[in-house]
Design a protein around this ligand. Structure first.
Ligand code: C5P
Length: 212
């Protein structure tokens, strides 16, 4: 039987790093579902197609190959913005959720992270985590990450961006970002990555013992 761990939360809360560490720890397959929305958005941008035509966006979403998702190519800011625009479209979500669900059934276990994993994609996941942090902390992390790469960054613009992305992700009608009723909340505002990982591991181990 496959075991699935669902990890949701807003942009830049640290769920990507945490998910990769958890997948490594338990020997599970990992899927960053944000990359699937980004891949569909990039295909539209590359083809010069509009971002507001649901049928066209659905076609691109149906062609996304989970095996070919490249974080370094898809992490560009403009792609993230475009992704969150097409993510409001039910047809796009249907297409990508179907592929994500198929992935979640891989043996021996899977870790999926995104916005709607615990609520929509894998409502029966063995463990659900909702990873969050204050908008100020998330903007500061983004800022440090960009500056750390030697690029110029504007904190106020990044903060504004984080808030806008939250509004779009939490305010949409189809699958808005929210914790599942049975999700464990993990606020990483004042936690190191290592502390967040240890907290997540305790929650997962406790849940796994109960499941066996
Ligand atoms: O997590 P990431 O920033 O890569 O996601 C890009 C966008 O894709 C998000 O802002 C969100 O709108 C959308 N998304 C989603 N559902 C998911 C994962 C991402 O709507 N499960």
């Amino acid at each position: 039987m496959t075991l699935t761990i669902a990890i949701d939360g807003p942009a830049a809360a640290g769920k990507g790093t945490l998910s990769r560490q958890i997948a490594e720890e338990y020997g599970f397959h990992h899927l960053d579902t944000g990359l699937t929305y980004r891949a569909a958005a990039k295909a539209l941008l590359d083809a010069g197609l509009p971002l507001d035509d649901e049928a066209v966006a659905e076609r691109m979403a149906l062609e996304v190959e989970l095996a070919g998702l490249d974080r370094s190519v898809l992490s560009a800011h403009a792609i993230g913005e475009a992704a969150s625009k097409i993510a409001v479209m039910p047809a796009v979500r249907r297409a990508l959720v179907q592929a994500q669900r198929a992935f979640s059934r891989k043996e021996p276990g899977t870790v999926l992270d995104g916005r709607d994993i615990g609520t929509v994609v894998c409502p029966d996941a063995a463990v659900k985590l909702y990873v969050t942090a204050s908008p100020e902390v998330r903007a500061k992390r983004r800022f440090d990450e960009i500056v750390g790469k030697g690029a110029a960054a504007d904190y106020a613009a990044i903060f504004d961006d984080v808030k806008k992305r939250d509004e779009r992700d939490m305010g949409r009608v189809d699958s808005p970002l929210r914790p599942a009723d049975d999700a464990h909340l993990l606020d990483t505002s004042e936690m190191s990555i290592e502390a967040a990982f240890q907290a997540a591991k305790s929650l997962i181990d406790a849940a796994l013992i109960k499941k066996i």
